[in-house]
Design a protein around this ligand. Structure first.
Ligand SMILES: Cc1ncc(COP(=O)(O)O)c(C=O)c1O
Length: 380
């Protein structure tokens, strides 16, 4: 018999409540039933994003809203600052390039968080920078970047905004958009929102909406102004992924029922247990100084191939974990704990890791990782 489990940092496992709702007969998106659904979702998203501004929804993967965060914010000739500490930081740069936007990269060693001072220095040195692009949680390395500090710096520059890709941050750890003064906040459905891939989200501060007025890059589908106008009428500009909206109402209800503070605490606990578990097996974290609570990136021990370990997870236990990308390929595995995960899920994945490492010849005391994780999970 084979059971399947997703421990990849997107897509993630889905709650049965969400799955069942999405299996209901589809409704029409121009009818009152959908408008009512949309109105509820709008409120739920504001709660999740901790903003009083509108959270726009696009039927696309997360990159769609990222692209919109460039094309709707900048004008021809504007310059951007891009924090590049992994695959997704690189993506901000690639999007800028596609739109002919010159950008200054702030290159960060993989596994480390950006030093906010570097952003301050860059903004000071070049007053023509109009936007700073960063991740809250860099999924390719498992790093959490200091978004609060970055936002506080950018706030002092009237002519610049900060855009944060929080695709694996929203619903995982606290990112109070309005309180911290984040100008553009992006997320996606297939992570802590406990939905399949297919929706992207973006909210803008008042300052960012002023930037939209002067932005003049080409855009059509990801047109924030058009989408805002329609959202205020509980409509989408185009045919939305209706079933995902139905699932979204349910997942937002689950998040609201648990409460954001409890959601963040749960993620902290699961992340803490996973880190303790792998360290007890003699493994090292890839992002030891600033680990994200969304996922744990672990260096595979000397002599063991990361790709092989990842494949064995699936072959032996039906568990999908993620491997490393680019320079981290073969060197790390990434274990997710964002969204629909609970304490025993982490015990299971660490137990599987122990059995596989033992089989692959890594020397350690069997049960030590599980014990370390359990000790954290039992803390009140
Ligand atoms: C931090 C981060 N940014 C961007 C993306 C890209 O999102 P998508 O693949 O949904 O376009 C992901 C998804 O893996 C991500 O984790």
């Amino acid at each position: 018999m084979e059971k399947k489990y997703l421990f990849s940092p997107g897509p993630t496992m889905l709650p049965p409540e969400v799955l069942l709702k999405m299996a209901e007969p589809i409704m029409h998106h121009r009818e009152p039933e959908f408008e009512k659904l949309f109105a509820e979702i709008r409120e739920g998203l504001k709660y999740l994003f901790q903003t009083r501004n509108e959270v726009l929804i696009f039927t696309s993967s997360g990159t769609g809203a990222m692209e919109g965060a460039v094309s709707n914010i900048l004008a021809k000739g504007d310059k951007a600052l891009v924090v590049r500490g992994g695959k997704f930081g690189e993506r901000w740069g690639e999007i800028c390039k596609a739109y002919g936007i010159e950008f200054i990269p702030i290159d960060v060693e993989w596994g480390r968080a950006v030093d906010p001072k570097r952003i301050e220095e860059a903004l000071k040195a070049d007053p023509s920078i109009r936007a700073v692009y960063t991740q809250a949680s860099e999924t390719s390395t498992g790093v959490k970047h200091p978004v609060k500090e970055i936002a506080a710096i950018v706030k002092r520059y009237e002519n610049a905004v900060v855009a944060v890709d929080a695709i694996t941050g929203i619903g995982v750890f606290d990112i109070p958009m309005d309180q911290w003064g984040i100008d553009v906040l992006v997320s996606g459905s297939q992570k802590a929102l406990m939905l399949p891939p297919g929706l992207s989200f973006v909210a803008l501060s008042d300052k960012a909406w002023k930037f939209v007025e002067r932005a003049n890059l080409p855009r059509f589908y990801f047109d924030f102004k058009k989408e805002l106008k329609n959202a205020q009428k509980n409509q989408n500009s185009f045919t939305p992924a209706i079933s995902l909206f139905v699932g979204l109402r349910e997942s937002l209800k689950l998040i609201q029922k648990e409460g954001l503070a409890a959601v963040f605490q749960r993620h902290e606990k699961l992340a803490g247990a996973t880190r303790a578990g792998v360290k007890a097996l003699g493994l090292e974290l890839y992002a030891p100084e600033s680990p994200s609570n969304a996922l744990t990136a672990v260096k595979v021990p000397e002599g063991i191939q990361g790709g092989k370990l990842k494949n064995l997870f699936f072959e032996k236990f039906g568990i999908t974990v993620a491997g490393g990308q680019d320079q981290a390929k073969g060197k790390i595995i990434r274990i997710a704990h964002l969204g629909y995960y609970e304490r025993l899920d982490m015990v299971m994945v660490i137990s599987a890791l122990e059995m596989l490492l033992r089989e692959m010849g890594h020397k350690f005391e069997l049960g030590k990782g599980v014990k370390a994780a359990e000790e954290i999970l039992m803390e009140q």
